[in-house]
Design a protein around this ligand. Structure first.
Ligand code: 5GP
Ligand code: ZN
Length: 156
């Protein structure tokens, strides 16, 4: 676990509280495994968060099953947003750990409708990568991807 990211337990987790009704939220979709609700600090009009009901810290902690449930709900919510709001575009966003801007330590996916002139800036500049590095890093990831995805990553 990343020591710079705080520890959250289901008891102290705001998204667990939303999932089981202890905290209020503007819920837009719910099923047996997931809840989707409006982000209280929307990046753009219609910004929704989709979470598994079962607590998991981040992408390295959540089960493959819950990711599947969440992604099914994400698709449903995205299509509902398209139908209800007719945005100009849409981003899916996810943050794991503080270095990637995670601020709530219960796995979630951001569904963000995009609008011309919404003022959201790109996260990175498109600049060509070093071909040797692309090959070398690609090889390391390819090797790591050969073993099953579940469980903590091995130390290099
Ligand atoms: P992260 O920064 O971890 O990727 O995203 C966490 C998101 O949760 C933020 O966009 C933040 O606005 C939202 N958020 C934090 N606390 C609450 C809350 O109590 N209710 C709702 N609806 N959203 C929250
Ligand atoms: Zn939680």
């Amino acid at each position: 676990m990343d020591s710079r990211s705080p520890t959250t337990t289901p008891d102290s987790c705001i998204f667990c509280a939303i999932a089981d009704g202890r905290a209020p939220a503007e819920v837009v979709y719910e099923d047996e495994h997931t809840v989707a609700f409006m982000d209280i600090n929307p990046a753009a009009k219609g910004h929704v968060l989709v979470i598994p009901k079962r607590h998991a810290r981040d992408l390295f902690d959540v089960s493959e099953e819950d990711v599947q449930h969440v992604m099914r709900a994400v698709l449903r919510v995205a299509r509902a947003i398209e139908k209800a709001l007719r945005p100009d575009g849409l981003n899916l966003m996810h943050a794991t750990r503080r270095a990637a801007f995670q601020s709530v330590y219960h796995f979630h996916v951001h569904v963000i409708p995009r609008w011309w002139e919404d003022g959201i800036r790109p996260l990175w500049r498109h600049a060509a990568g070093d071909p040797d590095e692309l090959r070398e890093v690609g090889e390391r990831i390819r090797k790591a991807a050969e073993s099953p995805a579940d469980g903590p990553p091995e130390t290099p």
